[in-house]
Design a protein around this ligand. Structure first.
Ligand SMILES: N[C@@H](CCC(=O)N[C@@H](CS)C(=O)NCC(=O)O)C(=O)O
Length: 328
């Protein structure tokens, strides 16, 4: 074993599966030699080959568990859910994708342990077919379209694609965890998902897709550029700095203001969609916002601007998600 290592502290040892064994499918690999410059990197007990399979997440995991051990009451050594997600070349813990964050936030909010398998864009269809995940839609070429997130839950031997279906599955399968979609609100949630996608996700695309392309690994970057440019032309021309980009920001600001207005209808001060408790509609919003924060940069001027909108609502909204913003 090269590099300085030490065993995981006992609290994390119970989560060896969450301690950072990250398998990379695809053309780019994420295995990296153990870091020697910090004691915050721990030897993953599953690593027998002298290489740490990306232990970057352990620090955050350990801190989070120590802060809030109840989050992980469903822990077990081997029977954990696998979340299939798309990696990045320079986001701190890889995770950036808004749709997969819906499932990641859902799992984190429920305190269900899981491990992440990273899949590059060109490999998504093959990996989904190999593990038996259904396509989620039909592509522009009338072929089945496979997307992430996908989960595999070994305790029920279930493979499931599509973030909202996964949320419903998690609620049904783990009824003693915090509820994502309260009973009786499935229809409202579905309507909200649709409205939010049209109203907020769509105007975010020209601002966010070119920036997203820049944080992908080479094989995904080439795939993303080719597929997205077939929709609207060269990515760099989608939202160039200046009046066009300002107009896009204004559209997004107005869309989020409308959502803030909906949320204030019951009570000006309620932080979340259904009051004081997070539900899946909030997770949907947080997943778009975390994408913006991570891809534009948590310290970027653009993200700073979003946080101030609606009297600072979105900044404090995202602060409430800090403790669920982890990558296992
Ligand atoms: N409705 C799906 C959408 C999932 C989705 O579009 N995922 C993107 C990543 S953010 C994807 O896998 N795209 C594959 C591709 O573009 O080929 C869900 O919510 O799960």
């Amino acid at each position: 074993m090269n590099g300085r290592t030490r065993p995981l502290p006992s609290v994390v040892r119970e989560f060896d599966c969450t301690g950072g064994t990250i398998i990379a499918y695809g053309h780019d690999t994420y295995t990296e030699p153990l870091r020697t410059d910090t004691t915050d990197y721990y030897q993953n007990p599953l690593d027998m080959d002298g290489v740490s399979h990306c232990s970057r997440d352990v620090t955050m995991t350990r801190a989070t568990i120590e802060r809030d051990p109840d989050l992980y009451r469903h822990r077990s050594m081997s029977n954990v859910i696998t979340l299939y997600d798309i990696p990045s070349r320079d986001i701190k813990d890889n995770a950036w994708s808004p749709n997969t964050w819906k499932t990641r936030f859902s799992l984190n909010y429920k305190g269900l342990p899981y491990k992440t398998v990273w899949v590059e864009y060109p490999d998504i269809a093959r990996v989904c077919q190999e593990i038996g995940a259904e396509p989620t839609s039909t592509s522009e070429y009338d072929t089945p379209k496979y997307t992430l997130p996908v989960i595999y839950d070994p305790s029920t031997k279930t493979v499931l694609a599509e973030s909202a279906k996964i949320a419903r599955y998690l609620d049904e399968t783990y009824p003693d965890t915090p509820v994502l979609i309260p009973r009786g609100s499935s229809a409202l949630h579905a309507a909200f998902q649709y409205a939010f996608a049209q109203m907020v996700s769509q105007p975010a695309l020209p601002l966010m897709l070119p920036a997203t392309n820049n944080i992908l690994n080479p094989s995904s970057e080439a795939f993303y550029r080719r597929t997205r440019e077939s929709w609207f032309g060269k990515l760099e021309d989608w939202s160039p700095p200046g009046p066009i980009r300002e107009k896009h920001w204004e559209e997004l600001r107005a869309a989020l203001a409308r959502v803030a207005g909906w949320m204030a209808l019951d009570d000006e001060d309620k932080p979340f969609f259904m009051g004081d408790t997070i539900c899946y509609a909030d997770i949907t919003i947080a997943s778009i916002l975390v994408w913006m924060k991570r891809v534009l940069g948590p310290k970027s001027q653009e993200w700073a601007r979003v946080k101030t909108w609606d009297g600072g609502k979105w900044g404090s909204f995202m602060q409430a998600f800090d403790k669920y913003e982890m990558v296992l």
